[in-house]
Design a protein around this ligand. Structure first.
Ligand code: ADP
Ligand code: MG
Ligand code: MG
Length: 213
């Protein structure tokens, strides 16, 4: 990560925005099977607000961490729903851990992602296997951290982590939901992947070129 990382953070959120607009109908239909159908709309509202706030912050000269926290606060404010609270708080924790350094090293980038995951786990209380976005997030962080620790170049470590998250998100189809709104509809949910895990894996895949150039 050798260029101005505040711009990278903004580009990562813009890539997430592009992906979430494209996936909105898919996420809506996944969430309508055992949920209330609003996951696509909620993620789009959240990321739109995040990009606007992050761009304002970056244009005003904010550093990388401040760009992410501004995005997170706007996301939490505007998205609504469980996923909005978690994404917003997670991005804030990510930004705080990353800090405003212009060129964070690979370890600092991985530590930021780990803080995102830790905050979401602490706030939502979900464990892997509960059929939530945590099922995609935990393998992402594990692969990214392991890769960076072994000295794998960041773009490659990110790509491996994103592939693990995508596979884990698809595999949630076989799980019964133990958290959130889908829990009472566990039987209906069987055979369908968790919408929050699918959106998380797609967003992290899309953010790779910006966060891990
Ligand atoms: P809501 O359920 O409030 O309508 P969304 O539809 O936007 O919110 O998001 C639903 C997603 O939130 C689920 O698919 C799941 O991935 C995630 N989720 C729900 N509860 C939790 C939790 N306690 N921890 C982590 N993720 C959760
Ligand atoms: Mg919902
Ligand atoms: Mg809802």
């Amino acid at each position: 990560a050798s260029r101005n990382y505040a711009r990278s953070c903004l580009e990562a959120l813009a890539a997430a925005q592009h992906t979430l607009h494209r996936l909105e109908p898919t996420l809506a239909s996944l969430d309508s099977i055992a949920g209330d159908g609003d996951h696509g709309r909620g993620m789009v509202r959240g990321v739109d607000a995040a990009v606007t706030a992050a761009r304002e912050a970056a244009d005003a000269g904010a550093g990388a961490g401040s760009v992410l926290t501004a995005g997170g606060d706007a996301w939490a404010d505007k998205a609504g729903g469980t996923s909005g609270v978690l994404w917003g708080a997670g991005l804030r924790a990510w930004g705080q851990r990353l800090g405003d350094e212009e060129s964070p090293d690979d370890g600092a980038v991985a530590a930021g992602v780990a803080s995102f995951a830790d905050r979401i786990s602490a706030l939502g209380g979900a464990q892997p296997g509960d059929k939530t976005l945590v099922d995609a997030l935990v393998p992402f962080v594990a692969e990214l951290t392991a890769g960076v620790d072994r000295g794998v170049p960041l773009p490659q470590a990110w790509e491996t982590a994103a592939a693990a998250a995508e596979a884990a998100a698809s595999a949630t189809a076989e799980l019964r939901p133990l958290k959130g709104r889908a829990r009472p509809l566990a039987e209906k949910s069987l055979g369908t992947p968790d919408p929050g895990a699918i959106s998380l894996a797609a967003v992290f895949s899309a953010m790779g070129p910006a966060f891990a150039p």
